[in-house]
Design a protein around this ligand. Structure first.
Ligand code: MSK
Length: 649
């Protein structure tokens, strides 16, 4: 590391999580590079960040800045910004949807008896999903039905004409709007391919049609690939119900073998978990001096395993390198998405085995134990054995004594159940309390953590200010883990909530911040919003609900795709942190707010500061309440610096 980098980088200011500074000081002492230090030393290109650089052909790259308003081909700022945005959305849609395809293939293999020990966990959900697909369930056993469901799901990817079957789950009014605007997705793969085609040099050159293309492509994921991934995972591994656990690096164990599961796919993780309780593995661990085997998670494999099995998350995306720096991780098993190549350098300094498990993602020069989907248990055993044997190579260990308790597992199904019990499961109490003003509105705080923002600061402050203003918050993805790390996912959090929201949480016995899953599970939020519209009292569409989605620390193309399908579904979306990927075109930026509001009833805006995000959220909620004629005067609570300091850990 150069002296320059040592001088500018300050571990104490890059995160509000104290474990980050603790680990980053170790990294500095050992001269190990991390994402935080690299972000400090690499200045982002502002032209590229704002969508002003076109590198689609060899006549460029063309940077549309200053007096250059057109590229060599004549493309203007609007076309270039919209085209870049559509490509980002297509990449995000491909990632989430390809995840969904793999789950469908796993379901089919298990239901066909091709997977050793493979079982279906939730036959009630299986029947429900079959119903969505128009499949007759009468007289069929679970495996026969599951094969039909999997085949229907798989057909959605290659479908060439017609409409995705899950489009029928959106409010009627929304479906009609999409049809009238020509944005109903036909097949998932087809929309991603068309997005790549229309952004090829010399194809679509109108920013408005390019952005309609982004909406259409994202809907193929939100109401297609992502929603299928969520549903089929529930069938395979169980629909989540509330579960207790804890979060942060303190969940790692000094005496046990630690295995970290990181990425997005729950199949191998669930098999690894099973293998860790096998007597043979436990005996091996004990023979090597460990008291047991501990599994913890990072990113969204963590969320998937937390929601269903209570596996504790060791951290969000920015904690992946920090976890290895503890010296206590025998194996980190990665699958797909959000995995840093920098992990290999950090792992090289410790005994940690970095194991890539997906055939489509080999991380750096990590060991590859590629999972044969027909024999995942075999791979899981191999990984657990390898981790246990590695315990003998452990040297100095430094685990921060920091973790917070949490409650996760609020699936859409459970939210309906907790509001009405088995006999009267529904969202009626939620809608009623929104109408009477006890709940001002609903906010989904979702998405990533980014080294371009102070880790966790924006998510924590946005969540706390929203609940203080009687806004019920749901969280997913890394924002959910952030909320857990900072103690926001317990019923005790109601102490920070506004009076009327706290009263409701106390009555029902829930936290004011509900963990709803991984980033692919944002589709659960679409289901809740549709259900709110169907329940009555708040209009008949997602557009117009007093609900806002926020991603205060986003970084990925998947996050942009989620934002786009939410906006196309009628929700207002606010992104924070790094700024707008279309900032180079004022016209496009404005169109995604005003033009999309007029066309879709939803919007996407980029607001840097957390407090400004909160103000904008409350304005959007209050405007929706006014339009619904349910507005009651509500005092606005905004935190000053002293209050913020108190909130920070
Ligand atoms: S892992 S996409 S950093 S939420 Fe789903 Fe977290 Fe964002 Fe990856």
């Amino acid at each position: 590391m150069s002296d320059d980098k040592k001088r500018t980088f300050d571990p104490d200011v890059v995160s509000i999580d104290p474990t980050a500074a603790e680990m980053l000081k170790i990294a500095e002492d050992c001269e190990i590079s991390t994402v935080f230090q690299r972000a400090d030393s690499i200045k982002p290109c502002s032209t590229g960040a704002g969508g002003g650089c076109c590198k689609l052909c060899a006549m460029g790259p063309c940077r549309l800045i200053g007096k250059h308003d057109r590229g060599v081909c004549g493309a203007d700022r609007e076309t270039v910004a919209a085209r870049n945005f559509l490509r980002q959305v297509a990449a995000g849609a491909a990632a989430h949807s390809d995840h969904g395809r793999d789950v469908a293939l796993t379901l089919r293999a298990i239901a066909s008896g091709e997977v050793e020990d493979g079982t279906i966990a939730d036959t009630v959900k299986l029947a429900k999903v079959a119903g969505y697909m128009g499949i007759d369930v009468a007289g069929k056993d679970a495996n026969t039905l599951a094969v039909e469901v999997a085949d229907c799901a798989l057909a959605q990817f290659g479908q060439q004409t017609g409409e995705l079957v899950y489009i029928g789950r959106a409010p009627e009014k929304r479906q009609e709007l999409w049809r009238s605007l020509g944005v109903v997705p036909r097949g998932i793969d087809r929309e991603v391919v068309e997005a790549m085609h229309r952004t090829h040099a010399g194809t679509d050159q109108n920013y408005k049609t390019l952005l309609d293309g982004a909406i259409k492509c994202s809907l193929a994921s939100g109401w297609g690939g992502s929603m299928l991934a969520t549903d089929l995972q529930d069938i395979l591994y169980g629909t989540p119900t509330p579960v207790r656990s804890s979060a942060n690096l303190g969940v790692l164990s000094e005496d046990k073998v630690n295995i970290l599961i990181h990425g997005h796919e729950p199949l191998l993780a669930s098999m690894i978990l099973d293998a860790t309780s096998e007597p043979e593995m436990l005996e091996l661990a004990k023979s090597l001096g460990a008291t047991g085997i501990n599994v913890a998670g990072i990113c969204c494999t963590a969320n998937e395993s937390l929601m269903r099995k209570g596996v504790p998350p060791a951290g969000n995306m920015l904690h992946q390198e920090l976890a290895i720096l503890t010296g206590a991780v025998e194996a980190m098993v990665v699958d797909v998405q959000c995995i840093f190549q920098g992990l290999t350098e950090v792992a090289d300094h410790f005994h940690t085995k970095l194991i890539s498990s997906s055939p489509k993602a080999c991380v750096g020069d990590s060991e590859q134990i590629v999972v044969d989907e027909h024999r995942p248990r075999e791979a899981a055993r191999q990984i657990v054995r390898s981790a246990v044997e590695n315990f003998a190579n452990r040297k100095e260990v430094h685990i921060p004594n920091v973790s917070e308790p949490l409650v996760a597992g609020f699936s859409h199904e459970y939210i309906r159940y907790m509001l009405g019990g088995t006999m009267r499961a529904s969202l009626t109490p939620l809608n009623e309390n929104i109408v009477n003003g006890r709940i001002r509105g609903v906010a989904a705080v979702v998405g990533c953590s980014s080294p371009r923002s102070v880790q966790d600061y924006a998510v924590v402050n946005v969540v706390r200010e929203l609940i203080a203003n009687n806004v019920l918050v749901v969280v997913t993805g890394c924002a959910a883990i952030t909320s857990g790390k900072h103690g926001l996912l317990t019923p005790e959090t109601m102490a920070f909530a506004g009076e009327s929201l706290a009263e409701i949480c106390e009555t029902i016995g829930i936290p004011p911040v509900l963990h709803m899953g991984s980033c692919v599970d944002n589709s659960r939020i679409l289901t809740v919003l549709t259900d709110m519209a169907a329940t009555g009292g708040l209009g008949d569409d997602i557009a117009g609900l007093p609900a806002v989605a926020l991603s205060p620390e986003w970084f990925s193309e998947k996050a942009l795709e989620i934002a786009t399908y939410a906006a196309g579904s009628g929700a207002h979306v606010i992104f924070g942190g790094v700024g707008s990927p279309v900032a180079n075109s004022e016209v496009v930026s404005t169109y995604m707010i005003d033009g999309w509001t007029e066309r879709y009833g939803g919007s996407l805006r980029f607001i840097k500061e957390p407090q400004d995000m909160v103000v904008a959220t409350l304005d959007l909620i209050d405007n929706a309440r006014k339009a619904l004629k349910i507005d009651v005067a509500a005092e606005r609570v905004l935190f000053d610096m002293d209050m913020r300091r108190e909130l920070s850990v």
